[in-house]
Design a protein around this ligand. Structure first.
Ligand code: GTP
Ligand code: MG
Length: 207
């Protein structure tokens, strides 16, 4: 897919205020600092579109970016950010649950995990919750450039093995790096296919 245009639309923490034009959307979620904002920027090739930081917890609201005037990328606040207050973590949890379970135009959630670290309970638990709620998701390994090929393969295999303890079938997996752009084409192709499938479905059903 060729990215002709990508722009920031809104930053919100209220479900009622999210864009209402019903375009397909794809949300990026994962622990603080995993590389969500960086990957969004790498996908659309616009450095600085989504704010990145080496200080965790930078993104605190639901940020919508419109791509090619057709679909949204959504940058969500990171979870597992211990320095947030208990109250703020609870608010975040409610907002997120609300967004993910109620947002009808959310086609896929991309759960980002750092390729360098072993499966974390917070990520596995979140995936379980997605599964229980029937929310389609993919797993995206980030920061692949920080590992050798051998380390990367071994970590991904170990992750798959851990997932197979809980799941009968693996979700789509992507290996990415915002530095080298590894996985960029694959992710964009995946999104393109989802958009086209939705389009066909709408046409076939006269919607
Ligand atoms: P929060 O918004 O705080 O939840 O973080 P985030 O998940 O959006 O992470 P962000 O994109 O801000 O990246 C965090 C740090 O990791 C930054 O210092 C990035 O430069 C770095 N980083 C992100 N992706 C990559 C990558 O693919 N390779 C390398 N080497 N560094 C990366
Ligand atoms: Mg961010």
């Amino acid at each position: 897919m060729i990215i002709k245009d990508a722009r920031f639309i809104s930053s919100n923490n209220r479900f009622e205020k999210l864009p209402k034009d019903n375009k397909p959307e794809y949300a990026f979620i994962g622990r603080s600092n995993v590389g969500k904002s960086s990957l969004i920027n790498a996908l659309v090739q616009r450095k600085g579109l989504a704010k990145t930081s080496s200080t965790p917890g930078k993104t605190i609201a639901i940020n919508h970016f419109l791509v090619n005037d057709q679909w949204y990328l959504v940058d969500l606040p990171g979870y597992g950010y211990a320095q947030r207050s208990k109250k703020s973590r609870e608010e975040w949890r409610v907002m997120l649950a609300n967004y993910i379970s109620r947002r009808r135009n959310l086609l896929y959630t991309f759960v980002l995990v750092d390729a360098r670290i072993e499966p974390q309970n917070s990520d596995l638990g979140f995936m379980e919750w997605l599964g229980e709620n029937g929310i389609p998701f993919c797993i995206v390994f980030t920061k692949a450039d920080k590992l050798s090929n051998a380390e990367l393969q071994s970590n991904v295999e170990a992750y798959k093995k851990r997932l197979m303890e809980d799941w009968e079938e693996l979700p789509p997996l992507f290996i990415t790096s915002s530095e080298t752009k590894q996985g960029r084409e694959e992710l964009l192709d995946f999104i393109d296919r989802q958009n086209k499938e939705l389009d066909n479905y709408m046409k076939t059903n006269g919607l």
